[in-house]
Design a protein around this ligand. Sequence first.
Ligand code: ATP
Length: 236
Amino acid sequence: MSLLSVSGVSARHGLLTAVREVTCEVEEGETVALVGANGAGKSTLLRTLAGAHPASAGRIAFGGHDVTHRPAHRRTALGMVLVPEGRRLFPGLTVAENLAVAARRARPGPWDTARVYTAFPALEPLRSRDAVSLSGGEQQMTAIARGLLSNPRLLMIDEVSLGLSPAAVDTVYRAMDEISDRPTLLLVEQDLARALAVADRVICLLEGQIVLSAPSREVTREQVTSAYFGLRRAPA
Ligand code: ATP
C-alpha cells in the first residue's frame, strides 16, 4: 500500500479549476519532485493534500486513512506536514522559539530540537535571532527544521529554491541529503536539473493535470521540459 494515494483529485479557486483529476501515489521513503510552469497548480495541489485547501472532487488516502475531508491539523497529526511557500515563520519570534512552537505540538518520533540543530548546524548560531532577520536560505532551513520537528511521515515542501541564491539552495539540499532516516518527501522544485538530481521520481503538472510521472533516472531534462511547456504530451 502506498503511503499517499491520490485519486481523481480536483481543486478550484472560484470558477477556475487549478487541479484537475490528479491521480498519483507516493511510496514510503520516496523523494518526489513536483514540477511545472508558473500557475500549473503545484501549490494548490500541495495545499489540497495538506488540507489547507478543499478538494472539489476525488479522494486522498494517507497511510490507509481517507483524509479527503479531514481538517489540516488532523492530517498533521497523522504525519502529513506542509512547509508552505513563503516559509511562514512566526515574525517576532526567534529561531529557537519558532522551533519550540513546533516541538510542543509534535507527534512522537525521532526528531527533537537537538537533532534538528545537528541536521542543520548553520541554525545553531542563529538560535536567538528574530526569524524575520534571517536570509532566505536561513529562513528556509528554519521552516524545514520546523516541519521535521513535527515528526512527519510525509514532508511536503513548497518551492524549496524560490528566492534563494544558488549557494543557499546548495546548503539547504546538502543539509537534507545528510539527514539519515529522512521522511518521505514531496517537493515543489522549479529548478528542473535540481529536481532530477534529488528526486527518485518527477511529476510534472500542466494546467492542473499530470502530464508526466516517471522515475528521474528514466527521463531526460528535455522530456521533462517538453511536458512542462506542453510541447508534447508525455505518457502520464
Ligand atoms: P507558481 O509556480 O507560480 O507558484 P503553481 O504551479 O504553484 O504556480 P498555483 O499557485 O497552484 O500554481 O496556481 C494555479 C492556478 O490557480 C493559477 O492559475 C493561479 O492564478 C490560480 N490561483 C492560485 N491561488 C489562487 C487564489 N487564491 N485565488 C484565485 N486563483 C488562484
